[in-house]
Design a protein around this ligand. Structure first.
Ligand SMILES: NC(=O)c1ccc[n+]([C@@H]2O[C@H](COP(=O)([O-])OP(=O)(O)OC[C@H]3O[C@@H](n4cnc5c(N)ncnc54)[C@H](OP(=O)(O)O)[C@@H]3O)[C@@H](O)[C@H]2O)c1
Length: 293
């Protein structure tokens, strides 16, 4: 049995779908407060549902029973739930999950993280680092996937990238390269590495097939869509200021992630692809999908 923690999220949902479509048994951790439509979609795909919460160790003991592989994509960054702080969920919650997995004799723990930039730190990054360290010290064989920025998130409407209306928010000057990755490719790698001895006790970094600046991305969308974009720039200094004056760890993390985008992030994916050959989605393909949809 596979257990996916974060099953109702973007990446966790994709991991569940892929495992279920491949005929593998999969259990998804869901909460009473999870979006009912997402829970229903999991049920329809044949995903076994386990009620639980990273802040509730007993629920994790039950969810880990009979499980050989845990995939954790969960994060509280978008959580609107009272008390679901990054510390309680991303740090302590993952410590609870590692403990429960170890007690249950889980044979692989796949944790989704990202590699930060040395010049920017923020609470989510610190919590991810703490979880990775704890996992490496545990008795469970592990795989850590360090993914670059998801194109569907950062080049999507929630972060001000409105392709249909040719309007985009740009963090910084838009001139630093980013290795945009599709979350679907992250899901494929997580499963391939989680199921293979080659992925055991490995940190695997993954970015897209081509690093592009946000302005290069805009040009691709303009060429494909035939419409000139209107751009709103959020300067680097405004992000530094927002981070310094953040009222809570989530605000600080959002400002930190936006600074991360502003300053760029290129990933050399070759070492990971050499071990796990796969075809990665390009921003051009993503643009076609979005503009056609
Ligand atoms: N977005 C990016 O560019 C990017 C890049 C690299 C790495 N990542 C990492 O990729 C992972 C997946 O991201 P995503 O976009 O799929 O996240 P997401 O859509 O926000 O999903 C978060 C999931 O975590 C669950 N969760 C939150 N608090 C929980 C708790 N207390 N107990 C149990 N589950 C809890 C949520 O459940 P509910 O539905 O019940 O709230 C949801 O299923 C994250 O760890 C993120 O840091 C993201």
């Amino acid at each position: 049995m596979n257990l996916v923690v974060g099953a109702t999220g973007v990446l966790g949902g994709e991991i569940c779908s892929r495992l279920a479509q491949a005929g593998k048994s999969v259990r998804g951790l869901v909460r009473a407060s999870s979006d009912p439509a997402r829970v229903d979609a999991l049920r329809k795909q044949g995903v076994e549902l386990a009620q639980g919460d990273l802040t509730d160790p007993a629920s994790l003991d039950a969810a880990c029973r009979g499980v050989h592989t845990v995939y954790s994509t969960a994060t509280a960054i978008q959580s609107r739930q009272e008390g679901n702080t990054l510390d309680r969920v991303d740090r302590e919650g993952h410590a609870n999950l590692i403990d429960a997995a170890q007690k249950a004799g889980v044979r692989r723990f796949v944790f989704i993280s990202f590699r930060g930039r040395p010049d920017i730190d923020y609470p989510l990054q610190a919590a991810k680092r703490a979880t990775a360290e704890r996992l490496k010290k545990s008795a469970i064989p592990w795989t850590i996937i360090e993914a670059s920025m998801f194109m569907e998130v950062w080049l999507g409407p929630h972060l001000g990238f409105d392709a249909k209306n040719a309007h985009a928010r740009i963090f910084g000057k838009g001139d630093k390269k980013i290795s945009w990755i599709s979350y679907r490719d992250v899901a494929a790698l997580a499963i391939a590495a989680g199921e293979s001895p080659t992925g055991e006790n490995q940190v695997l970094e993954i970015g897209g097939p081509e690093a592009l600046t946000p302005l290069e991305v805009i040009r691709i969308f303009e060429q494909r869509g035939g419409k000139k974009f209107v751009l709103d720039y959020v300067p680097d200094e405004a992000l530094v200021d927002a981070k310094a004056n953040a009222k809570n760890p989530v605000e600080e993390t959002f400002a930190g992630l936006q600074l991360f985008y502003a300053r760029g992030f290129e990933v050399d994916t070759k070492p990971t692809l050499a071990r796990f050959p796969m075809r990665l989605t390009s921003v051009r393909e993503y643009a076609e999908r979005v503009l056609a949809g």
